[in-house]
Design a protein around this ligand. Sequence first.
Ligand code: FAD
Length: 284
Amino acid sequence: MIKDLLNKTKTSLSFEVSPPKTEEEFQAIFGKLDVLAALKPDFISCTYGAGGSNTGKTIEIASYIQQHLHIDTIAHMTCVGFKQSDLQKNCELLEKEGIHYIMALRGDRPQAMKDEQFNSREFLYASDMIRYLKANTSFTLAGACYPEKHYEAESFESDLMHLKEKVEAGASFLTTQLFFDNDTFYRFRERAADIGITVPICAGIMPIISANQISKSINLSGSSVPKELENMIDKYGKNKEDMRVAGIDYAVRQILDLKEHGVDGIHIYTMNWPKTTAEIVAQI
Ligand code: FAD
């Protein structure tokens, strides 16, 4: 349960899923969620497509997790493509579904969105949305953080100071961007603690099970790739099954090391792949 994470009573295990794009894939997500639920995570979060296209799907999936699977659910919401009135409407829907947690994000600009629309959003930063939700709703709020700094931030320090504002605005816990080198996480955690960020921080782990996936993930996240992972892709990248096994092994070793270093929570970016997630969970 999220309460365990908030009270730091154990290392939480959580998953992230995303609303699929096609109707066929959307119908298949519920079976995948059933498999993920059997792994007994403390919570599952569901992303939101910045730009406003799939709000309904985020809420429908979040509702299934909460109402049908009885697992704590976090619905993501973004500042991009979202008016205050949309947010209020969504909050009412989430409350009706018994969902108590929101991860508030700024979101990235969708390719088709013009500068003007992106720059005129009502909530500029995630902390603005968090401040609003804290003042006007009873949701428990989460935010994102970046062990290797956010790609737009001027410096690691300025990003950390903005993260502190996010926590002061009302974020009760944080989840990191994916990373492949645990040392970057340990340095980030230490620096965050130094400036008084003491809320629980879940480490975001994405298993890399294909060579194609790595360039996509890096483009999106800006995460650096350690030599060990590069070598692994060179060695196994051409063989699908070998690469899958090696990628799972890499994620498992990352997680076991994080647990040894007292991480507050492990958050697996499942990519909607229950089988891979199940194999990781079996080994940790
Ligand atoms: P913010 O915290 O608003 O920060 C954005 C940038 O602005 C940073 O560089 C920060 O340093 C800077 N900044 C913050 N406050 C200020 C200020 N007051 N003045 C000046 N600069 C400031 N995207 C989606 O579209 N949907 C999702 O569901 C989603 N889920 C995610 C989940 C996690 C765990 C993570 C790590 C990311 C997720 N993203 C998602 C991606 C995220 O939206 C992008 O990384 C986005 O670019 C930043 O979002 P943020 O909430 O961290 O932004």
